[in-house]
Design a protein around this ligand. Structure first.
Ligand SMILES: C[S@@+](CC[C@H](N)C(=O)[O-])C[C@H]1O[C@@H](n2cnc3c(N)ncnc32)[C@H](O)[C@@H]1O
Length: 279
């Protein structure tokens, strides 16, 4: 145990497998429960944004890409369907994709209950295989930025292929203003907590890297009586210019930038950027 911990307390080398199993935040039985609760709390900006923002955001998107012209909408990383339900209400024919079984199970229950007719797929969106099927594809809450560059390029090609001509890809990212300082901290969770229902020690760190992709790594090491789990989240930060130069070569013919996915005016000093790329 001690040797394992010592290894985990050093700054990880990027792309090198952890000395203990790395776990997915999204699929863990206990964590996904907390994640769903965080999504469903209308006032929180945690797993999703607060629900008033989601209302404003979906209304703005429906004005930007009106359902009569952009009928078929694909929501990538749809979570429990908070945006998807509102998109359906606005008049889109909606497909939602997410690889969290707990979120998709909840989303399916909701669409059945509401009669909103949303199709949900429990799938990794990097394996998407649609061809010219959608008028608009959304990826909301800065999820594009957690992917390393190889996966971002894979996703962009798949999104481009899945869009009909003149279709739109709408997503948001954080700007360098949101980059965290390197840090290390620990917390004793005697009655369990977000990462485990068992009493545990939580060792958290933020690391910055000087690789080409300027990666940020957030590490959460969870030590219980019996086990050590290592959860890692990557992040990347974009300017308007870096986003445009990454995405334009895929073939999109036009792009527009906003300050967020609710249509705020773009500003050089903003915390997020919403990009809308037209095929
Ligand atoms: C931060 S949440 C945002 C959910 C939703 N877009 C919202 O804003 O309410 C990210 C979601 O993306 C999903 N996700 C992350 N990576 C994914 C992938 N590669 N394939 C499918 N879903 C993914 C997670 O399961 C999670 O539900």
């Amino acid at each position: 145990m001690f040797a394992k911990l010592m290894a985990l307390l050093s700054k990880p080398v990027l792309n090198v497998q952890s000395t203990v199993d790395t776990h997915s935040l999204w699929d863990d039985e206990h964590i996904s429960k907390g994640m769903l609760n965080a999504h469903l709390n209308p006032a929180w900006d945690a797993a999703t944004r607060n629900h008033a923002f989601i209302d404003t955001s979906t209304s703005w998107i429906a004005k930007l890409a009106p359902p009569p012209q952009y009928a078929k909408l694909l929501d990538l990383g749809c979570g429990p369907g908070l945006y998807a339900e509102r998109f359906a209400k606005a008049g889109y024919s909606v497909t939602g994709v997410d690889f969290s079984k707990r979120s998709i199970d909840y989303a399916k229950e909701q669409t059945e209950r509401n009669g909103s007719g949303i199709e949900y797929l429990c799938q990794n969106y990097l394996t998407l295989d649609a061809v010219q099927q959608f008028d608009i594809i959304t990826l909301i809450y800065c999820d594009y930025a957690v992917l390393p560059i190889t996966d971002r390029l894979t996703l962009l090609k798949k999104v481009y292929q899945a869009l009909k001509p003149d279709g739109k890809f709408l997503f948001d990212v954080s700007t360098p203003k949101m980059r965290r300082a390197e840090s290390r901290s620990w917390l004793l969770c005697e009655s369990g907590g977000f990462f485990s229902e068992k009493p545990h020690l939580l060792l958290e760190a933020v690391y910055q890297y000087d690789d080409d992709d300027k990666t940020e790594l957030r590490q959460h090491v969870v030590v219980t009586g019996e086990e050590v789990h290592d959860y890692r989240v990557l992040d990347h930060y974009f300017t308007k210019e870096s986003l445009e130069s990454e995405i334009q070569p895929i073939g999109f013919k036009a792009c527009e930038f906003y300050g967020d996915v609710a249509g705020k005016e773009y500003s050089d000093t903003g915390e997020t950027i919403c990009g809308v790329f037209t095929k």
